[in-house]
Ligand binder design. Sequence first.
Ligand code: FES
Length: 108
Amino acid sequence: MKWYRINGIPNIANFSGAHHQIFTVKVLEDSICVLLKNQKIYAFREECPHAGKSMLHSRCGVEEEITCLSHNFRFSLVDGRCTNNNEGYRLKLLKTKIEENGDILIEF
Ligand code: FES
């Protein structure tokens, strides 16, 4: 595993409560979603673990979950588990960190 710097992401201080935004970035050849929410950064593979649709246009509420709009499966942003289906689907979460200069890194 290695840390990759990503560019073009706005300041997370602007994202609190239910206000959020999702971006896609390329890390190596993979498409990764970056979610800014509650002044935190989450990163996960763009492909939904259920049927492979894009997670880019997912919905978030105030809780630490994300809902894929293709079939409305909800995933925990803490451990990736699907919270409204027990068939074992799990969102692949990636570690993130912010450096002192504000740069965002994803472990991949
Ligand atoms: S593809 Fe995401 S819930 Fe089915």
